[in-house]
Design a protein around this ligand. Sequence first.
Ligand SMILES: C[S@@+](CC[C@H](N)C(=O)[O-])C[C@H]1O[C@@H](n2cnc3c(N)ncnc32)[C@H](O)[C@@H]1O
Length: 263
Amino acid sequence: MRVVDLDRDMSDVIPTGTTRDSQLLFERMTEVTLALAEPAAGRRILDVASGFGQDSLALAALGADVVGAEPSARMTAWARLVSAKASGRIPQWVRGWSDALPFASGSFDAAICKGAIDHFDRPELAIAEMARVTRPGGRVVLAIANFDSLACRLARAHDALAERWSGAAPRRGRRHYDVPADHFTRYDLGLMREQAARSLDLVRVVGVSLGWGFGPWTRAVERLPRALAFRALQTLDAVAARSPSLADVVVLVGRPRALHTRR
Ligand SMILES: C[S@@+](CC[C@H](N)C(=O)[O-])C[C@H]1O[C@@H](n2cnc3c(N)ncnc32)[C@H](O)[C@@H]1O
């Protein structure tokens, strides 16, 4: 039985912009993912698990021919509604599962999948499908949350120490380093690389944001003057770019391995 909520919307996803570190994380994750897809006029780009379609729309606005594929009826309806009001190029919206993409082999120049692979029940098959529908020499871009980031490790250690010292019972409810209920996989860099490398020749691995969600840091950033806070967040983001194992999100770019371009 597949355990996927086809009526879900984004209300259970962390709201962007609630804290400065969240704002930086979500903005950079989007910027980096979309840039690595190399959007340009005439390029065909597939957005897998496109959600309510904001990334597909942004890629289309840059001139690309975009298809947003998404199984959720509610998300797809939302994307159609929003794009009907947009001016300029509009993506094509297709209902479809990531592990059985309804497209011919090699029909895209690039495929992206942002913040969604850990929601998939068959992530490796999904990556194989993205490799299949991307032309030889094209690129597959995967943006995945890292649950072994520096912030997760620090927060885990901090909570364990606090509980030991105070003797209090572990805090109830989900901590930011706990995998959400709607995720199937808890990713770290090793697992991302391992799964991606089965279908892709990896050409880049970039980290995004450092320290996100670690309470003392999140609160300190809120107290700093705004310009200084964003300079600090950008500096850590630059460190994360070169140290993906510590980063809050990892973006992997790969070319389809020959095996996966046929079918
Ligand atoms: C957190 S949302 C991310 C949406 C979008 N990529 C973004 O960055 O806003 C995860 C998406 O994965 C979709 N999803 C869950 N399981 C899926 C599957 N097996 N194949 C394709 N999409 C799936 C959900 O419907 C949801 O739209």
